[in-house]
Design a protein around this ligand. Structure first.
Ligand SMILES: *Cc1c(COP(=O)(O)O)cnc(C)c1O
Length: 436
């Protein structure tokens, strides 16, 4: 049973703490008192250092849409590794992946690759600032857009620092964010159409961009309402502000991206995660006139864009092998698995009488332990009580063959079957009985 001091993972963590502060390089993968260390994986199953196998509903925080060791991706990477791993020259694979993305995403005429979703957001914001000549950006309270200064603001602020509900205070997500960053960040209350519109108008002349993820994973998959998206699109257009969709996470929700699903076309799109087929990746795409800020054949060059590993051929071929399998049928099949999971989770809540709600769409599901409808960051359940319940469910599942994102999110992969989904639901039911 996890956690047990005799576990090999416990020993690995003790060793890690000597050479890595906190024993890790990525806070999201830490578990108290120690994380289970991964050793191998295949399809939708991962095996830890103590030989325990679990169905993986984390999928590296969504980057693995085909689960682990997808044969086409493995073969593409193996062949590329034997031919050319990295080189100070462009390769055809970069053009091929760019063509695929441009073909699928309505808001993307052109694209530039980088190495992480954070970089993709960084270059989208820099392009927006260069294009508009303005300094400020707006983001919604409670949304995560990566580890760069500009968006490490009001990601999960404590209630004591929220400020006005109609004009949330910009709260640094971490120490080390210079005050100037906060001055250049306008925080919008998610799904509050009136207040957000007022803020956009108030700061309009100084705003370069609004960055928005229409389905916010950090909020347990609370989705933007159609009215909210329409308002943001209309007002940004009117005021000359660029609308940036952060689709690093949400591109897994539709063949034409979340922009295709919601029918709102952004000016710029930040991509990452699934488009790298499991390898590190980022991409910034958008309208050709805005993307021209990167065009060194049109001097003077506005935005310099370097990066030793940008469009490296290993990532490009892995991304191609992954995305080519994500046909409209594949999106439909994985969304049907998602429907089955969400229905099962709702039944499990009903049958056990645990107060909660199930959110999500497509290949994503989340359980929240609050009865009130969650529309934005402040309406989520943040009391000790709700956190404790999510912790009980997570721990129960760890010991019953299912790994989920600790705050109650399930991220599916294409190798999963209906039987896998039913197994997950069965184990959640057991977890909910314990919560009750
Ligand atoms: C993961 C994620 C990022 C950051 O991507 P990294 O590759 O981890 O830098 C940005 N935005 C969203 C919505 C994400 O889910």
């Amino acid at each position: 049973m996890y956690p047990d001091d005799s576990h090999r993972s416990a020993a690995l963590f003790a060793r890690a703490r000597k050479v890595l502060p906190g024993g890790n390089s990525r806070h999201g993968v830490f578990l108290s008192p120690f994380p289970a260390y991964a050793v191998s994986a295949s399809g939708c199953r991962v095996v830890d250092a103590d030989g325990v196998e679990r169905i993986d509903c984390v999928n590296n925080w969504s980057s693995l849409i085909h689960g682990h060791c997808n044969p086409a991706v493995v073969e593409a990477v193996r062949a590329q590794a034997g031919r050319l791993m990295a080189v100070g020259m462009p390769t055809e694979a970069e053009i091929e992946l760019a063509e695929l993305l441009v073909e699928r995403l309505p808001g993307v005429d052109q694209v530039r690759f980088s190495n992480s979703g954070s970089e993709a957001v960084l270059f989208a914001l820099r392009a927006a600032r260069a294009f508009t000549g303005r300094a400020k950006i707006a983001k919604v309270e409670g949304a995560y857009h990566g580890n760069i200064d500009a968006v490490e603001v009001s990601v999960a602020p404590p209630a004591s620092r929220w400020g006005d509900a109609h004009a949330p205070a910009p709260v640094p997500a971490t120490d080390g964010i210079p005050p100037g960053v906060l001055e250049d960040t306008v925080v919008l209350p998610f799904n509050d159409v009136q207040s957000s519109e007022a803020l956009l108008r108030e700061h309009g002349a100084e705003l370069a961009a609004v960055v928005l993820d229409p389905v916010v994973s950090r909020m347990g998959l609370v989705a933007a309402t159609p009215e909210y998206l329409r308002m943001v699109r209309r007002v940004t257009q009117e005021l000359g502000i660029l609308l940036v969709f952060d689709e690093v996470f949400s591109f897994r929700l539709g063949y034409h991206g979340i922009q295709g699903e919601v029918g709102v076309i952004p000016d710029l799109t930040a991509l990452g995660k699934i488009i790298g087929g499991g390898l590190p990746v980022g991409a910034t795409g958008g309208r050709a006139d805005v993307m021209a800020v990167f065009d060194q054949t049109l001097p003077p060059l506005k935005v310099e864009h370097g990066g030793t590993y940008n469009a490296n051929p290993m990532t490009m071929v892995a991304g191609l092998a992954c995305m080519r399998q994500m046909t409209p049928d594949a999106y439909q099949r994985i969304a049907a698995l998602g429907d089955r999971l969400r229905a099962g989770l709702r039944r499990a809540l009903d049958d056990t009488g645990v107060v909660g709600q199930v959110r999500g769409q497509g290949s994503l599901a989340a359980i929240g332990f609050t009865g009130e409808p969650a529309t934005g960051y402040r309406s989520l359940g943040y009391r000790e009580e709700e956190r404790r319940k999510a912790g009980i469910l997570h721990r129960h599942l760890m010991n019953h063959g299912v790994q989920i994102v600790p705050y109650g999110m399930f991220i599916l992969s294409t190798p999963m079957t209906e039987a896998d989904i039913d197994f997950i639901v069965l184990q959640v039911r057991g977890g909910l009985e314990r919560v009750r």
